[in-house]
Ligand binder design. Structure first.
Ligand code: ZN
Length: 290
């Protein structure tokens, strides 16, 4: 979703916390013996998107006349080698608005209940506690509070970085540029990246929705590893029927990424969570409470 949005700053409301600690045996290439580490996952509420024109999420007329509520989650992974934030919710300027904001074209109505600082406070963290930030991609509903993690290293595909920070992008999509412009520590990726070097948290390159779109694999020692889709799929039907949004950067590229994703998910027997699915947002919160 790439709509230009302008908002006003307001008050905040405390949100609830959900997290899970997993114990995972890992070994690094340097070690001959295995080591047991703890990995914690938090799923947090970065707002909601009411999609008023669901037809935007298919190449055909399948969804014409339909509307759908989307979750807008972001995630925190605590690892002994540092903390990672995955995605950054909707813009904080939405917090405290008297009413949800509808984009000028009427396609989306968005809201966000709470600020990053409040949400982190509820889990005894601050913006300085992050070694890394990674975004599935650079659309406004994933970059919201990214700039607040100024001390973190931004893990971004090199082509995504170039696409969203070049001179014309600054002019044409200033809201997105202004949400990432202060991330000055940048590690540019070209493909998959094993964040902590032990195969527990791996960024997988899955281009198509944007030029450098990526998804996140988390093996924290639960029954199944977790696979977060980013916006490879927005809704369950699009995973089932391999439908892609009409506004994607490259639809054939998206379809190839879907094939790679499904093969990887099967190989790892991963539990797939569609990030914009309200059902999957609730399901992950429930899983993490157990
Ligand atoms: Zn999105």
């Amino acid at each position: 979703m790439k709509k230009i949005l302008y908002f006003f700053i307001g008050i905040s409301i405390i949100s609830c916390k959900d997290f899970k600690e997993g114990v995972k045996e890992v070994h690094t290439t340097a070690d001959t013996e295995n080591e047991t580490i703890e990995i914690t996952l938090h799923v947090l509420d970065g707002g909601t998107v009411q999609v008023n024109q669901l037809e935007l999420f298919s190449e055909d007329t399948t969804y014409t006349g339909q509307a759908r509520g989307f979750a807008d989650a972001y995630y925190i992974i605590k690892h002994p080698k540092g903390n990672l934030m995955w995605d950054a919710g909707l813009p904080e300027k939405l917090v405290g608005l008297p009413q949800p904001f509808t984009s000028p074209d009427g396609a989306f109505t968005v809201s966000r209940k709470d600020s990053l600082i409040n949400q982190l406070k509820a889990i005894d963290m601050t913006v300085d506690d992050f070694k890394y930030i990674a975004l599935s991609h650079s659309h406004f509903d994933h970059t919201g509070h990214a700039n607040m993690l100024k001390n973190a290293t931004w893990l971004v595909q090199e082509n995504e970085y170039d696409f969203f920070t070049n001179d014309s992008a600054k002019v044409q999509q200033p809201d997105i540029y202004n949400s990432i412009s202060e991330l000055s520590n940048v590690k540019k990726l070209n493909g998959d990246f094993d964040v902590f070097g032990d195969s527990t948290v791996v960024i997988k390159s899955m281009p198509g929705h944007t030029i450098g779109h990526q998804v996140l694999y988390i093996d924290m020692g639960l029954e199944k590893p977790i696979l977060l889709t980013g916006d490879l799929y927005h809704i369950e039907e699009n995973r089932t029927f391999k439908r892609a949004p009409i506004f994607n950067y490259d639809i054939p590229m998206t379809k190839r990424s879907m094939e790679v994703f499904e093969a990887f998910a099967s190989e790892k027997n991963a539990d797939v969570f569609i990030q914009h699915s309200v059902q999957d947002f609730d399901r992950l919160k429930e899983l993490l409470k157990k």
